[in-house]
Design a protein around this ligand. Structure first.
Ligand code: NIG
Ligand code: FE
Length: 417
């Protein structure tokens, strides 16, 4: 069935000659069209052009198309969330209250809470319980205009549970409208059983878990939490290089709580992205720009942990391709509201409205190796489209803290209306 979106005030296409992540001033070039219609068929974008032109060039398709009237609204590519800890058991509102009473995130984790608490809950949950819970979360992502989600494992810290998380994500990729892209993150924390011997756990990740993930095709990416008291840069390097040798592309949780040369390591191992980077060094930023490593910034985490925000402005100006995502997880960022995250990026990372749109569409798509398929509205790309109930793109951020999503089209199908 063909679709024809007409009367939109603006169509923000993000189209460009450049088939790579956008950097520097390219990040502000979002390509806003007026007086055009969007024609979709067989799940793909056919053409974006003035309606009269579409009528003459594609008469039969236009004739048969379902018409969506976007009067007073704007059209954008479906948003891409390139960093989530999607599949997990339980919630951690009690720890939030502990933090409000003065405890820190790392204190709670080192005392056996935090990631360890969620690990216990995820180990206890059945496949079906995790599946049902995550299905509901994915519905909420869609309602916020997100049409592709990355999902990290890492609340198992043993093979059985990592496998369960990854297969839940895989099943949801098959059953839910959203596209789910998997990352293995067996090295998300040192399990309590290996507290005194973290190298042993690193060996298990490398020798036992990574080969199975690769063999079973359960993930495309391999991530590690490189942080003081979690995994050292040396351990992280071993894990990332071992995954790379098996065909898993490196990603890294870098310089989130304390500086640890994580950005530098990302550049060194050829990671597709370094994520968080709240306290990344000047040198790390320079090396990321040089290597073309994408910065996946997660301002919701800085907000919720009351930590300093990543230096997004400096990264853009330095030539690092910047993406922005939710980090949806039960501890440091329990939100699915990408609109709110976009707003935080504008107000607390010094990024412009246009840069933030690029960071949550095409650059986020590149951060999970989907830049050729989604993230912009161009002929031949997947018809992942959102219609927002604002008259111009600047009002997306101006009316802050609100979800303006009106209609969501995924692969040519209307999934939210
Ligand atoms: O991205 N830093 C490590 N991982 C997550 C938090 C996980 C959790 O607290 O459950 C993050 O912030
Ligand atoms: Fe994270």
């Amino acid at each position: 069935m063909a679709l024809l979106i007409i009367n939109a005030n603006e169509v923000v296409t993000l189209a460009s000659e450049k088939k790579e992540p956008r950097i520097k001033e390219e990040m502000a070039e979002i390509n806003v069209l007026q007086d055009v219609a969007v024609l979709v068929a067989e799940g793909e974008i056919v053409e974006i052009a003035p309606l009269e032109q579409l009528k003459s060039d594609y008469a039969a398709l236009v004739e048969s198309a379902e018409v969506i009237d976007a009067k007073g609204q704007i059209v954008l590519p479906g948003f891409v969330d390139a960093h989530t800890h999607l599949v997990h058991g339980g919630t951690r509102e009690n720890e939030f209250n502990m933090r409000l009473n003065g405890a820190t995130y790392m204190e709670i984790m080192n005392a056996g809470g935090g990631i360890h608490y969620t690990t216990t809950k995820t180990r206890e949950a059945s496949f079906d319980e995790l599946y049902d819970k995550t299905y509901v979360h994915l519905n909420t992502f869609l309602k916020h205009g997100i049409t592709t989600v990355e999902a990290k494992s890492g609340y198992g810290l043993d093979w059985e549970t990592e496998y369960k998380q990854l297969t839940v994500a895989k099943r949801l990729q098959e059953t839910h409208a959203i596209d789910v892209v998997s990352t293995f993150m067996g090295a998300h924390a040192v399990p309590k059983e290996y507290k005194e011997n973290s190298d042993k756990f690193v060996d298990i990740v490398i020798e036992e878990m990574l080969p199975k993930v690769a063999e079973l095709g359960l993930a495309e990416f391999n991530d590690v939490f490189c942080e003081h008291g979690v995994f050292t840069p040396e351990q992280s390097r071993r894990i990332l290089l071992a995954g790379k040798a098996l065909g898993l592309t490196p990603k890294i949780h870098a310089d989130e709580i304390e500086p640890y040369e994580g950005a530098e390591l990302a550049a060194e191992v050829g990671a597709i992205s370094a994520e968080h980077l709240l306290v990344a060094s000047d040198e790390g930023i320079r090396r990321m720009a040089e290597a073309g490593t994408i910065a996946v910034l997660l301002p919701g985490t800085a907000f919720f942990l009351r930590a300093p925000f990543a230096r997004g402005r400096l990264m853009v100006d330095s030539g690092v391709p910047v993406a922005i995502s939710t980090d949806f997880n039960p501890g440091s960022s329990p939100t699915i509201s990408l609109p709110f995250i976009q707003n935080l990026a504008c107000l607390n990372m010094g990024m412009t409205m246009e840069e933030v749109i690029t960071a949550t569409t095409i650059n986020a798509a590149y951060a999970i190796n989907r830049g050729d398929e989604v993230g912009s509205l161009e002929a031949g790309k997947k018809a992942d489209i959102v219609i927002l109930n604002v008259p111009n793109y600047k009002q997306m951020q101006y009316f802050y803290g609100m979800n303006h999503t009106h209609t969501v089209i995924k692969g040519g199908q209307v999934v939210v209306k």
